[in-house]
Design a protein around this ligand. Structure first.
Ligand code: ADP
Length: 450
């Protein structure tokens, strides 16, 4: 096992990794920008190294600084968290070239899944159901028009290098395809430096259902059920739950096995998430994330596992500590993402936290790097806390969420907490009857005027 690992991230996810490492008796090294000298992850780690000025590009994304920090401190492995360098195949290669261990999948797997066309082709070959659409990239408008006549409108034009919901355009009818195709291409070129696009049938009322998988890198893999992350704003998840309110045990076992078999076949190592749109009982693959997800705690809650511990074990060459037969679901879990943002426009509101009180009690987990007097720097993501609740069933998890939100105090900055209080009054949320468009529609009618 490693003696010391470096955590190449900040905020709550850095704490998450430091906590797992400490429980395993592993020393931790935090890295930080000059804006984060007083951050909680720096305080909590055994050692810390300043790796650059505030902008992410000069610090948390600076590969030479991170490698140098490993060399200075003698860290043997790097956990990337999510975001930043977590899905950067080039980084993984450099880490390996320096005889360090990347806690995650191989550079090759990251590369294959990072290109959406290759990812879709690979998944299709592995027997994973995909959204009907083009075979690979669509080279020109003429081919786009012909293809869309075949698959039928509405369609969505997507960038193969896409991410974060950018480079996607919907064409409702044949009249829209020229504009959708051209705009998707130019947005893709501007955002990712690659204008290759592909086309898919646009599903009108799907849910976002993702399957957590975990592989040992040696041909063995399991699935840990699904998470429903349909409540999204601008393709960003805000509320996630597991199990999915609309997924039956049979459906879970079936799609779960397809996913576990697929990643086993490619010798995938570590945690991964296979994302699907789910409509009328069918699953359609959209992408695979080759890292730990923000919403992983809901899976940990219902399966009683520690995914970060497992990532570290597998990276150190140990076998997985669970097998499919001993993974059973216990109850229901919900996570809400609390951002330092002003409603209704969700405008980032960094600032000083004058008072912070985290909720507690049975079935409540708060993953947050906040503390009294902490100043949220303006340079990074506005996520400041994840509140995760777990109960024997969905109704008790919802009641617990309501109770825990009531205990939470974050003074000094505006947050998205009022959104969750409001959502808990909605019949559709209480009954679990929502799809990927529900929140956008609800925000338009409910939050516009405060
Ligand atoms: P990104 O990597 O940019 O997040 P995804 O491929 O994961 O892109 O898609 C993000 C979101 O866009 C999905 O969660 C869904 O809301 C919407 N979306 C993507 N493909 C389709 C589709 N074929 N039909 C309907 N909605 C889609």
């Amino acid at each position: 096992m490693f003696e010391k690992i470096l955590v190449a991230n900040r905020g709550e996810i850095a704490l998450r990794v430091i906590r797992a490492a400490r429980e395993m008796g592993i020393q931790t090294v935090a890295v930080h920008s000059t804006a984060d000298s007083d951050a909680m992850h720096v305080r909590m780690a055994d050692e810390s190294v300043c790796i650059g000025p505030p902008p992410g590009i000069d610090s948390y994304l600076s590969i030479p600084s991170i490698i140098a920090a490993c060399e200075i401190t003698g860290a043997q492995a790097i956990h990337p968290g999510y975001g930043f360098l977590s899905e950067n195949a080039n980084f993984v290669q450099i880490v390996e070239d320096h005889d360090l261990t990347f806690i995650g999948p191989t550079a090759k797997h990251i590369q294959v899944m990072g290109d959406k066309i290759t990812a879709k082709d690979t998944m299709k070959e592995l027997g994973v159901p995909c959204v009907p659409g083009s075979e690979g990239g669509v080279p020109d408008l003429e081919s786009a028009r012909a293809l869309c006549e075949d698959i039928g409108y509405p369609v969505i034009v997507k960038a193969t290098a896409g991410g974060g919901g950018r480079g996607m355009k919907v064409a409702e009818t044949a009249a829209d395809i020229d504009t959708a195709f051209r705009t998707a291409r130019s947005e893709a070129k501007a955002a990712f430096g690659n204008d290759e696009v592909y086309i898919e049938k646009y599903l009108t009322t799907p849910r976002h259902i993702e399957i957590q998988v975990f592989g040992d890198g040696k041909g063995k893999a399991v699935h840990l059920g699904e998470r429903d992350c349909s409540l999204q704003r601008r393709h960003q998840k805000v509320f996630e739950e597991a199990p999915g309110p609309c997924i039956s045990a049979e459906e879970r076992a079936k799609i779960g096995k397809v996913c576990a078999d697929a990643v086993a076949k490619i010798d995938y190592a570590g945690a991964g998430t296979i994302e699907f749109l789910y409509e009328k009982g069918e699953f359609y693959f959209i992408e695979m994330n080759t890292r730990l997800q923000v919403e992983h705690p809901v899976t940990e809650a219902i399966f009683g596992v520690d995914l970060v511990r497992e990532q570290i074990r597998v990276a150190a060459g140990l076998p997985m500590s669970f097998s499919q037969e001993n993974l059973d679901i216990n109850g229901h879990a919900i996570e809400v993402r609390i951002n330092a943002e002003k409603l209704p426009e969700f405008a980032p509101r960094p600032g000083r936290i004058s008072q912070f009180h985290a909720p507690g009690g049975l079935g409540v987990r708060m993953d947050s790097a906040l503390y009294d007097g902490y100043s949220i720097p303006p340079y990074y993501d506005s996520l400041i806390a994840k509140l995760i609740v777990h109960g024997p069933d969905r109704a008790s998890a919802l009641a617990r969420l309501d109770r825990a939100l009531g205990e939470l105090i974050v003074d000094g900055v505006e947050t998205t907490v009022p959104l969750f209080h409001a959502l808990l009054q909605e019949e559709d949320i209480l009954s679990g009857d929502y799809n990927i468009h529900w929140l956008e529609h609800w925000l338009e009618t409910n939050l516009r005027d405060g």
